[in-house]
Design a protein around this ligand. Structure first.
Ligand code: NAD
Length: 456
C-alpha cells in the first residue's frame, strides 16, 4: 500500500494542476476509454466467462454495451452539461447576477462488486471522468480474471496519477478507505455499505451507495401469464440470478399461481433446455462461499422445480421454491442466486404487507394491467426503481436514473445523473459595487421598514 499511497498523493496533485477540468481533456479521456473497450472486447468477454461463465451475448449486452452507451451519452452532451447556468436573483440582492458552475469533486474512489465486475466499475467511472475528477478504481477481488484484466488495460491506457486501478481484497479496501477522498462511489452489499459510510464520516466525504436487497415481483391476475413467466424467468436467471435488481421473490395472485408456475417452467426449459448444466447460456455461481450459502436456502421451502447442484462446477439449476418459511434465511436475506421463492396472496393488501415488513428494496416489479392496482402499488411502496410488466430492463436506458432508497442505497447514477453525482454545483453571486444602500448596515435605526419592503 506504500506505492498506492504515493500514487494517491500524485493523483491529488494532478487534480490540483487543473488539467482534468478542460472539456477537451475530458472528451479525449472518454474517447480513449471507448477505444480501450472496443479494442479489447474479446478479452473482456473471455475474462467474464472465466469468472462467472457468462454467456457472450449476456456479457456483451450487460457489461460492455451499457458502458459504451454511457460514454456515447456523455460525449454527446458533455459540452452542454459543463456550462454554467444563470440563476434568478430577488430584488433585495440587486444589482447582481448569479450563476451555478459545475465543478469536479476532485479525487474519487469507485468500488465495485463481482456480479457485473466490468460494468459496475466502469459505468460510474464514465461519470467521474466526464465531470473532471481523478479516479481510483477498486474492482472486486472475487471476479479475479476481470479484475486483473481491468488493471492491465488501465495501466496501458491511462497515467496512474489520473486514473488508476488498485486490486486486492478487504485489507486493501480498508487502507483505501482510510485515505481522504473527495467522493466515494460504492456498489455492493448493505453490510459493507455501512462500513464504507463510517469510513467516509471522519473525512466528511460524500458517498453514493448502490446496495442490494430483496426486490419483490408482484403478479396480478390481469396479465398475460405466458409473457409474465418469460420475462420473470429471464430477469431472475440472467447471470444465474446474481443481479442486484433480479426479482428476489414472487407474490402471485392465488387464482393465477398454477398457471404462472407452468409458464415459468416452460420459459426456463425453452431458455436452457431440460438440463441447464449443459446450456452455454446458463452461468455459474461466483465462488464456494456463495454456492454454500445458496444451497443452505434450499431447506427453507418446498422445491417445486430444479434444486439440482454440483459443487465442482459451482452449478445450481434454476429453482422454484413454494411455501417458503416466513422468517427463514431464504425469506429474509437477499438470495442473489437462481432460487425463486413463490408466495401467493388473495388481496393486494397482503402482498404489500409482506413487502413493507422488509427494508426498502432496490427494485420492485409489478405485472398488472389494472390501472388501479398499478397506481396503488407505485404510490404506496418505497423502492429504488422498477418496471411495470417487465423486470431488470429499467437498467437498459441511460436516461433512467438508477439507485436505491433506505437500506438499498442512496444517490443515483446513469446518464446525466452520473455527471451530476460526480459534480459539485457551485453557485456564485456576483454583485455590482456602484450601489450600496446604507439600510443594510447597522445601526439599523428604522431600517426594518426597508427590510420588510424588500424581503417580505
Ligand atoms: P460486497 O459488499 O461484499 O463487496 C463489494 C466491494 O466491497 C468489493 O470491492 C469488496 O472488495 C469490498 N469489500 C468487501 N468486504 C469489505 C470490507 N469488510 N471492508 C471494505 N471493503 C469490503 O458485495 P458483493 O458480494 O461483491 O456483491 C453483492 C452485493 O452487491 C449484493 O448485496 C448486491 O445486491 C449488491 N449489488 C448492488 C448493485 C447496485 O447497483 N445497487 C449492483 C450489484 C450488486
Amino acid at each position: 500500500m506504500q506505492l498506492a499511497n504515493h500514487l494517491l498523493l500524485q493523483q491529488r496533485s494532478f487534480f490540483q494542476s487543473g488539467k482534468t477540468r478542460s472539456l477537451e481533456f475530458r472528451l479525449e479521456q472518454l474517447r480513449k476509454l471507448e477505444r480501450m473497450i472496443r479494442t479489447n472486447e474479446e478479452k473482456i468477454l473471455a475474462a467474464l466467462h472465466q469468472d462467472l461463465r457468462k454467456p457472450k451475448a449476456e456479457a456483451w449486452a450487460s457489461e460492455i454495451a451499457l458502458v459504451l452507451e454511457e460514454i456515447a451519452v456523455m460525449t454527446k452532451n458533455l459540452k452542454a452539461w459543463s456550462k454554467s447556468s444563470r440563476l434568478p436573483i430577488p430584488l433585495a440582492l440587486q444589482p447582481a447576477s448569479a450563476r451555478i458552475y459545475p465543478d469536479p469533486y476532485g479525487q474519487v474512489l469507485i468500488m465495485a462488486p463481482w456480479n457485473y465486475p466490468f460494468q459496475l466499475l466502469l459505468s460510474p467511472a464514465v461519470g467521474a471522468i466526464a465531470a473532471g475528477n481523478v479516479v481510483t478504481l477498486k474492482p472486486s477481488e472475487f471476479a479475479m480474471n476481470t479484475s486483473q484484466l481491468i488493471g492491465e488495460l488501465f495501466q496501458d491506457t491511462f497515467a496512474p496519477e489520473y486514473l488508476m486501478v488498485i486490486e486486492g481484497g478487504v485489507e486493501v479496501n480498508r487502507q483505501l478507505l482510510a485515505h481522504r477522498f473527495d467522493y466515494i462511489f460504492f456498489t455492493g452489499s448493505p453490510q459493507v455499505g455501512r462500513l464504507v459510510m463510517s469510513a467516509a464520516a471522519p473525512h466528511l466525504t460524500p458517498v453514493t451507495l448502490e446496495l442490494g436487497g430483496k426486490s419483490p415481483c408482484i403478479v396480478d391476475r390481469s396479465v398475460d401469464l405466458k409473457t409474465a413467466g418469460r420475462r420473470i424467468a429471464w430477469g431472475k436467471f440472467y447471470n444465474t440470478g446474481q443481479t442486484c435488481v433480479a426479482p428476489d421473490y414472487l407474490l402471485v395472485h392465488k387464482s393465477v399461481r398454477q398457471e404462472l408456475l407452468h409458464s415459468l417452467v416452460d420459459a426456463i426449459e425453452s431458455f436452457y433446455g431440460k438440463d441447464p448444466k449443459t446450456s452455454p447460456d446458463y452461468g455459474r455461481i461466483i465462488n464456494h462461499r456463495h454456492f454454500d450459502r445458496l444451497i443452505n436456502y434450499l431447506k427453507d421451502g418446498e422445491v417445486l422445480y430444479g434444486g439440482q447442484f454440483d459443487s465442482h462446477q459451482l452449478y445450481i439449476s434454476p429453482t422454484l421454491i413454494v411455501q417458503p418459511v416466513r422468517d427463514s434465511a431464504l425469506m429474509t436475506e437477499e438470495s442473489f442466486g437462481p432460487l425463486l421463492p413463490v408466495l401467493e396472496y388473495e388481496h393486494l393488501r397482503e402482498a404489500l404487507e409482506v413487502i413493507e415488513r422488509a427494508p426498502h428494496p432496490l427494485a420492485l416489479y409489478l405485472f398488472s394491467n389494472d390501472k388501479k392496482i398499478q397506481d396503488t402499488v407505485m404510490s404506496s411502496v418505497a423502492f429504488g426503481g422498477g418496471c411495470l410488466n417487465d423486470c431488470v430492463v429499467q437498467l437498459g436506458a441511460s436516461s433512467i436514473p438508477f439507485g436505491g432508497v433506505g437500506a438499498s442505497g442512496m444517490g443515483r447514477y446513469h446518464g446525466k445523473t452520473s455527471f451530476d453525482t460526480f459534480t459539485h454545483f457551485k453557485p456564485i453571486l456576483k454583485r455590482a459595487t456602484w450601489s450600496d444602500p446604507q439600510f443594510r448596515y447597522p445601526p439599523y435605526k428604522d431600517h426594518l421598514k426597508y427590510f420588510k419592503f424588500f424581503l417580505d
